[in-house]
Design a protein around this ligand. Structure first.
Ligand code: PSV
Ligand code: MN
Length: 441
């Protein structure tokens, strides 16, 4: 049984995973883990790696969990909800607390407004604080009409042809900034569904200019220590054109807006086979990579578990990210790391644990790359050696090192199996019921 703690000042009689329960789980796997770790660290040290430094970098790497991805996702055909889904923002925060207790790497939550409006910011902050969580970027939503809305985003929001609709969308973004301020967030993410479904429907240049002018108004309300992330996407829900369709358009907007505006890369927002690692390198070179939405895909914006389809691509992206972050000449501020995935058939919490693990693995593998050696190979046009260097890192199984970093931080050696042995989902169903539907995707 999991520990149930009554929090009188908060209204949830909610489950927490106690450290002792995690230790009990870890004791079962300890021997096998030590053996694998000793073998790995022996090899890494022989190859000249500083394993203590690697452990620290891995432990420090934190990912924001989206408030909209704690329930089951769906497609436009159906949504098969699972049991025990969070019914309120507070329950979502509790869920992120469970993830963080297990992996010690999910230390923040990213809110989508109005799906998750914090009613009482002080209480919400207190709950997050108890669970050792912070609030990451806040996300605006002008891609749906809300009940009782007397205007419509059917034909766009910040780019709408009618000024009054644009004004509503601008005001919504300003409201979102204000919600974020109360929670200690430091960034606003803007993703627009604006675009057109048919050739001729929209004037591309005018739509861009209206968007820029709306974003400028929002930008002028952004606190000095905040950032604005402009997320791009080539298609969906509009199928002919999207106003902010690609990194170039986002980069153009960010440049025109000013120093606090950046591009946000969502891995699922590219046409098939796009070289995303090159986009990352270019944006970092220009100091304009603000944030990342991780997921994986086979065809489009599939929002699948990170690393489930193209783990090598993920590693190559991290290779550029690590290079960009460690390059002393880089002016790029540390990007904000977020997951943006949807779970149609998996338990959302298990899926998120898998995504975090995949991201940390790719990051750690990228840390193994010797960039001086790689540059030398490049300078000599030695494509064979360059590939050897990258694939040597990619093919090193660093899972014991990731597990060790988690163990040191008080997390579970194997978060998914701990989640299952502790019957977390069963407990959540007992608490919240079986037929629950959470807001979000
Ligand atoms: C759009 O596809 C997106 O990636 C944006 O980040 C949204 O905020 C999120 O998904 C949820 O719809
Ligand atoms: Mn996204």
């Amino acid at each position: 049984m999991l520990t149930a703690v009554w929090q009188p000042h908060l209204y949830a009689k909610s489950m927490r995973i106690a450290r002792e329960q995690i230790h009990d789980q870890n004791r079962r796997n300890e021997a096998g883990h030590r053996e694998a770790l000793n073998f790995l660290t022996g090899r890494l040290k022989k190859d000249g790696h500083d394993t203590e430094r690697l452990l620290k970098s891995i432990a420090d790497f934190q990912l924001a969990i989206p408030s909209w991805a704690l329930g089951t996702g769906g497609t436009r055909f159906a949504r098969f909800t699972g049991g025990g889904e969070p019914r309120s923002l507070e329950e979502k925060i509790m869920d992120v607390g469970l993830l963080h207790a297990l992996n010690r790497s999910s230390g923040s939550i990213s809110l989508h407004i109005p799906w998750d409006i914090p009613g009482n910011a002080t209480e919400v902050m207190a709950l997050a604080g108890e669970l050792d969580l912070e609030f990451d970027a806040v996300n605006s939503n002008t891609f749906q009409d809300q009940a009782n809305q007397d205007y419509s985003y059917k034909f766009g929001s910040l780019s709408h042809t009618e000024k009054s609709v644009r004004q509503k969308a601008i005001q919504h973004n300003i409201d979102v900034i204000n919600y974020g301020k109360a929670l200690g967030s430091k960034a606003l993410t803007v993703w627009l569904a604006d675009g057109s479904c048919f050739p001729g429907q929209s004037n591309f240049a005018k739509a861009f200019q209206r968007t820029l002018s709306s974003l400028n108004e929002i930008y002028s309300e952004l606190p000095d220590d905040w950032k604005m992330f402009v997320e791009y996407k080539p298609y969906e829900p509009n199928f002919y054109s999207t106003v902010i369709q690609d990194w170039g358009t986002s980069f153009l907007l960010a440049g025109k807006l000013g120093a606090k505006a950046f591009t946000l890369v969502d891995l699922g927002h590219h046409l098939p086979n796009t070289n995303i690692e090159q986009i990352v390198a270019t944006l970092m070179m220009e100091g304009k990579l603000g944030g990342f939405h991780f997921n994986d895909s086979k065809y489009g914006d599939d929002d699948l578990t990170v690393g489930s389809i193209k783990p090598y691509q993920l590693f190559l992206i991290f290779n550029e990210l690590v290079y960009g972050m460690n390059n002393p000449a880089s002016t790029n501020p540390p990007p904000a790391w977020m997951i943006d995935a949807s779970h149609n058939v998996k338990d959302p919490l298990e899926d998120l644990l898998q995504s975090v693990e995949a991201i940390k693995l790719a990051y750690a593998q990228a840390l193994l790359v010797d960039h001086e050696e790689l540059e030398a190979a490049r300078d000599n046009n030695d494509a064979v050696l360059a590939q050897e260097i990258l694939q040597q890192a990619f093919r090193t199984d660093l899972r014991p090192l990731i597990a060790e970093a988690r163990l040191i931080a008080g997390g579970a050696l194997d978060p998914v199996s701990a989640f299952r042995s502790l019957n977390v989902r069963k407990h959540l169903i007992g608490e919240r019921g079986f037929k629950t539907v959470s807001t979000g995707l």
